[in-house]
Design a protein around this ligand. Structure first.
Ligand code: SAH
Length: 468
């Protein structure tokens, strides 16, 4: 398989895949060795190739429950065609790209890129037509050509192999996840035992596209190797997914302790709105707004004349727009709100000059080494008069039964700060950028470990602005 981009600089592909274009790399999988290398890598165009070198002995050995000599075990298309074996290699070689994680290019992760995928010999039961039915609804331009069984004997007809080319503008993670599901589905022969955790794998890889795919039933049945009960369970879960939000984990609500009197999320929103009101803010930015948890509360407050939700994730913004029912909002209301895609680690002139900016449960989603970039973009370049920042108080985690043994409140959190650690960061920002800062707790102050959420209000001190 090859995958190319003409995004410039095209060599960013290497950062997104966590595979250096200058080096050929090997990844071991149960059926052999996967090679990752770049036939071309220039600023204009970059192509990565994934080649699975199948170990036929390992393949036969792994084929338990099928003992004894069978010609098919030894003579087959597996070493030569893209099949479910390649999907496993793809999943392993590009694991972080599939999850949409890139340390060096976090802002490219959610950006649709011009991509071209080529599978010169794809095992495809259902032929070119089925490949089209799989990929076209996902927005790909599909070029699929059935390969003849034998070029010397055209009268023998076509093989079940297809030369497939896909072109489209897609998030890289989506493209890889779609291929990861497509290969075994089109091949329609999985080489390993299908169990219930395959449902999780399918739903994870299908996040954001499978629930609404016109062929979701066929895809589910084939992926789960025609085991009716598994396919039934998966369809039920997909139907749920269809209504729910299927974007980043980052946006998912933090798990709260059940016995809490009012859900912490609501208390947090109220505390943020109260701080903004006290600051006399009118034009407000909700930075890292995610699915828009705070936006309705901001719009409910008539003193906020302009509300702007900002997030790096276009999927999160789509969900926010849907939840706010932007398309059905009365004009007067609609004029007060806008959604904007932007990365908070780069200065963005559109964010300058606001009365207030909120960073509600956002900083802990950034890698610590990106915090100086956020500090610069938000506190020096955008420089709102007031900034309200909330983040979990790590000390409080011992009060959550699920976290008693350690761990963080959310999978996507890169860190969680104690009160002292938060104050050290916030005091530093305030001193460097010309703000005064004060601290509040949200959700009931525990005498030993403090409140579950910590909140800081930054107020710009006139005359002390630091040059952006
Ligand atoms: N404020 C929301 C969402 C919190 S989740 C709430 O309280 O519910 C964190 C959000 O920050 C996610 O939506 C994520 O996409 C966004 N985010 C993370 N890093 C970002 C960055 N560098 N630039 C912009 N948004 C970012």
């Amino acid at each position: 398989m090859t995958l190319s981009t003409t995004h410039r600089p095209a060599t960013d592909l290497g950062f997104l895949l966590h595979k250096n274009p200058a080096r050929a790399q090997q990844v071991e999988v149960s059926t052999g060795t996967a090679h990752v290398f770049y036939p071309e890598a220039t600023d204009e165009r970059c192509t990565v190739a994934l080649l699975l070198e199948v170990d036929p002995i390992a393949l036969v050995r792994g084929n338990r429950g099928n003992e004894g000599f069978a010609l098919g075990q030894h003579v087959n298309d597996r070493p030569y065609a893209a099949s479910s074996l390649l999907a496993v290699a793809l999943g392993k070689a590009f694991a972080s790209a599939r999850r949409g994680v890139s340390k060096e290019r976090p802002d490219l992760v959610d950006q649709p890129l011009p991509l071209e995928v080529h599978l010169p010999a794809l095992s495809c039961r259902g032929g070119a037509e089925l490949a089209e039915r799989f990929f076209a609804p996902l927005g790909w331009q599909v070029e699929a050509r059935a390969l003849p069984l034998d070029e010397q004997f055209p009268e023998w007809g076509d093989s079940r192999h297809v030369d497939l080319r896909l072109r489209g503008t897609q998030r890289l993670a989506d493209a890889i996840n779609q291929l990861y599901v497509a290969l075994p589905v089109l091949d329609d022969a999985k080489h390993y035992w299908v169990s219930t955790d395959e449902i999780d794998k399918l739903l994870r890889a299908g996040s954001g596209w499978l629930a609404t795919h016109p062929e979701r039933e066929l895809i589910t049945q084939r992926y789960l190797a025609h085991q009716r009960s598994l396919a039934g369970q998966a369809m039920t879960r997909l139907a749920e997914v269809d209504d729910a939000d299927t974007f980043d984990d980052a946006v998912a609500e933090v798990a709260e302790a059940p016995e809490r009197p009012a859900p912490l999320a609501r208390l947090r929103q109220e505390a943020v709105v109260a701080a903004l009101r006290a600051a006399g803010a009118h034009r407000v930015l909700d930075l890292g707004c995610g699915a828009g948890a705070l936006l309705p509360a901001l719009l409910a407050e008539s003193s906020f004349t302009e509300v702007v939700g900002v997030d790096v994730s276009s999927r999160a913004l789509e969900v926010a727009a849907r939840r706010l029912r932007l398309d059905r909002m009365p004009d007067r209301q609609r004029a007060r709100v806008s959604l904007l895609q932007s990365a908070l680690t780069y200065r963005d002139a559109r964010l300058a000059g606001y009365d207030a900016a909120v960073l509600m449960e956002v900083v802990e989603h950034l890698d610590p080494d990106r915090l100086p970039a956020l500090e610069h973009a938000v506190f020096a370049a955008a420089a709102p008069s007031t900034a309200v920042v909330t983040t979990p108080n790590a000390e409080h985690n011992v009060r959550y039964p699920a976290l008693a043994g350690g761990g963080m409140r959310h999978r996507d959190h890169r860190f969680e700060w104690t009160r002292a650690e938060f104050a050290e960061w916030a005091d530093g920002v305030a001193a460097r950028r010309g703000y005064a800062v004060r601290y509040l707790g949200v959700g009931g102050d525990d005498p030993e470990v403090g409140p579950p959420t910590q909140l800081a209000v930054f107020t710009r001190t006139p005359g002390q602005e630091v040059a952006a």
